[in-house]
Every structure is written in structure tokens, then in C-alpha cells.
Design a protein around this ligand. Structure first.
Ligand code: ZN
Length: 402
């Protein structure tokens, strides 16, 4: 981590997001060094604390917990929470009933869900959680070798982020202090790609960071025109990183891309480590559950449910992200026990009703070469808790059949 940036430049220039950053980073670092048993214990304590807070200060959850006959002290990280999922419709309709009465209005920040959502949803975060999420993202960045202040070229493109281009303060802050190069907004055509190429070869960034499809478009252009500089890390986020795009990025940049998983509503919560064997969900920031919904060539497909352990302003408990994932067969070689996802498959769109009355989710795919076959049977199994549990079961089955 660039100490000058994390301890001085960032807290001074942008205190809204970085106040107390050194202490937050120390807290996560301390957590990361603990043995697995203690990390699980801390995650469970944090989960119970959040649920207790939700039960006592959020009317929506008080009603739900009572209805389910559930008390927060019963929560365990090795069991599914016996509660209904929180849906995007809940976020729309419950509105202020989901906001904690214990967090003062001046400590809340309003945000909108992702720009790719057809109907963005307004939600709240308490300011401390905003800062915790920034610190957690920096820790995940460190897995890719990306430190605050490293030279980075951002191929982002979200409309709301592009507005920064017109603000000279942002240009100075990002360009001079953060050494980040955001591309000019606009449709990605030959002219824009050529500007990017010129800028890329001139600035020789250590890190390429951006949306999967934009990074792939740029890599494809570089492959045709020739490329001289190679960055140390390529980070793909905000979209599904398909197998062909992963291959293209690795081939052009001579570096295996790091895939991230994050959303505007829950923040950046998972990333690949240097082993590139899947995405780890960091247990300091979230508690995840995997709800099986069908089959794909890569195995069982799970709906991803996330409980955000950081946001006390508007708790997200068993939030149905709408995203589908597969789990890996084995634990990661890095040794972390953190829940491991093999692939992020895509977003569940509107469900279709089939003949037997069950609902088959329709999943948006970015990988036409590897289509998914969904199981139309209704979901009956309990959510499985983590990849390790799945891995153990599969290993046992394989051992028995061998
Ligand atoms: Zn790992």
C-alpha cells in the first residue's frame, strides 16, 4: 500500500471517503493475519451484531424476524439464515422502512444502484460503511499488486463516472495525486481506441483497470495495431469476464487478468487472488449464501445472496443480488478459506413460467460459446453455505464412486 497516499494524500484530499483510512486498513490487515477459526468467529460476531442492529432499529427487519420466529443471537455463519431474501422490489417498496432509526440523517449517504439496471434503485449507506468499503477495496486491490498511487489507466465508461471528466478538480486529483488516467467519455470507436493506445504507450501504466468488454475491445485493438508496453496487472470489473475475453486479455497484456465482483449497492466484495482459481468473498465485508437454481456445463448454478456486514445505515440482509455463480471443486491454492466462486455467470433477468408452474430464471450471458442449461425443477434444497462444504461433498462422492 502506498503509505504516502493512504496516510496523507487520500485522507486530506478526499476525507468524505478516506477519513480514518489508516486505521481501517490496519483492522483488515489484522483480520487477514488471524487463523481461520478466529476469522470465522469474528465474522459470526459481526453478523450477529448487524442483525441485532437491524432487529432493534429497522422496522422492516423487526417484522420479518418476528414473523420467521428468528432472533439474531441464533445466527451462525455455517448455517443459512432462516429469513426471506431481500429483493430489489423490497428496496423499491419498503424505502424508508429499511433505514435504521439509530443512524442520524447527516450520517447517511444516498446512492443509486448500477447504471446497467433498467430501473436504478435509491438506497442509503452510513458514511462509516462508505469508508470501510473503500478500505476493503484497497485490500482486494493489493491482491493484484495495485497500490494507491500506482499509475493506472481506467477504462471505465459508466456515465456517472464520466462526468468527472468535466471537473478540473477531479482531473487534478486523479491525474496528479492518484496517477489515474480516466479515458474521455464517448462511444468506443476507432478514434477513441487510437487515442487510448497513444495515451497507453506514452504513460505506460502499471495497472489497467476497467469494464470487461471495454478492456477486451482495447486489447483487440492493440493486438491489431501492435503493443509495446505491458502492464503488471489487468483488473476486470463491473461485468461478466467471459472465457474468450479472459484469454484475449492474457494474450495481449501477457498477464492473467484479475476478476472482481462488486455492485454499487453492496460495494466491491470479491476478487481473484494471485492464484486465479476463483473469486474470494472477503468475510470481513460480507456473509454470502449460495442458493442452487440449475445446472450448467460448469456444474450447479447458484443464486448469490449477500449480507453486507458494513452498512448499518440501511442493512442488506440476504440480499438477492440477481447474479448467478458456480462454485469451484477445490479450495484455492493460496490457502484462504474465504468463500470461493468459480465463475460469475451473469444476471438473472425476468423469470419465465414453464408448464409445471415453476419459474425458470433467464440469465444474461456474455459467453455465447458456453451456454447454460437451466434446470426447470423448483428449488427444494437448502442453500449450501460455502465452496468448501460443496467441495467436501463432491470429494466424498468421487471417493465413493472410485
Ligand atoms: Zn486464493
Amino acid at each position: 500500500m502506498g503509505i504516502l497516499h493512504t496516510h496523507l494524500i487520500l485522507p486530506l484530499t478526499e476525507p468524505e471517503r478516506h477519513a480514518g483510512l489508516p486505521g481501517r486498513l490496519r483492522q483488515i490487515k489484522k483480520f487477514d493475519r488471524l487463523p481461520e477459526r478466529q476469522q470465522r468467529k469474528i465474522q459470526q460476531d459481526r453478523l450477529r451484531r448487524l442483525l441485532e442492529h437491524a432487529y432493534t432499529t429497522v422496522p422492516f427487519y423487526r417484522r420479518q424476524f418476528d414473523k420467521a420466529g428468528f432472533h439474531p443471537r441464533e445466527a451462525r455463519v455455517d448455517h443459512p439464515l432462516p429469513l426471506p431474501v431481500l429483493t430489489r422490489d423490497d428496496l423499491r417498496t419498503a424505502a424508508t422502512w429499511l433505514v435504521s432509526s439509530a443512524v442520524p440523517a447527516d450520517k447517511l449517504r444516498v446512492a443509486l444502484s448500477g447504471a446497467t439496471d433498467r430501473m436504478p434503485i435509491r438506497f442509503h449507506r452510513d458514511i462509516e460503511s462508505v469508508r470501510d468499503k473503500v478500505a476493503l477495496k484497497m485490500k482486494l486491490d493489493a491482491w493484484a499488486g495495485f497500490k494507491a498511487g500506482d499509475s493506472a489507466m481506467m477504462l471505465w465508461g459508466a456515465v456517472s463516472d464520466a462526468a468527472r471528466e468535466f471537473n478540473w478538480r477531479w482531473r487534478v486529483y486523479e491525474g496528479v495525486f492518484m496517477r489515474q488516467t480516466p479515458p474521455p467519455p464517448g462511444v468506443v470507436g476507432i478514434d477513441v481506441l487510437e487515442k487510448w493506445r497513444w495515451r497507453y504507450e506514452k504513460q505506460r501504466p502499471k495497472v489497467m483497470y476497467g469494464r470487461a468488454t471495454v478492456l477486451a475491445a482495447f486489447a483487440g485493438y492493440l493486438r491489431e495495431r501492435g503493443v509495446i508496453h505491458r502492464p503488471q496487472a489487468v483488473i476486470s470489473t463491473a461485468e461478466v469476464l467471459s472465457a474468450p475475453h479472459r484469454k484475449l486479455l492474457a494474450s495481449v497484456f501477457k498477464s492473467a487478468p484479475f476478476n472482481y465482483y462488486g455492485r454499487r449497492d453492496i460495494g466491491m466484495v470479491a476478487a481473484e487472488c494471485s492464484e486465479h482459481e476463483g473469486l474470494h468473498f472477503h468475510p470481513w465485508g460480507s456473509f454470502v449464501e449460495f442458493d442452487p437454481i440449475g445446472q450448467s456445463p460448469d456444474g450447479t448454478v447458484y443464486r448469490l445472496l449477500v449480507t453486507d456486514l458494513l452498512n448499518y445505515g440501511q442493512p442488506f440482509i440476504r440480499f438477492d443480488t440477481g447474479d448467478c455463480v458456480t462454485l469451484t471443486e477445490q479450495s484455492c491454492s493460496c490457502g484462504r478459506w474465504f468463500p470461493l466462486v468459480g465463475k460469475i455467470l451473469g444476471r438473472i433477468e425476468q423469470g419465465a413460467v414453464v408448464a409445471n408452474g415453476s419459474v425458470v430464471p433467464n440469465i444474461t450471458f456474455n459467453d455465447p460459446l458456453n451456454p447454460l442449461k437451466l434446470d426447470p425443477r423448483p428449488v427444494l434444497a437448502l442453500p449450501e453455505k460455502c465452496s468448501r462444504a460443496v467441495s467436501r461433498t463432491r470429494q466424498k462422492k468421487q471417493a465413493m464412486s472410485a
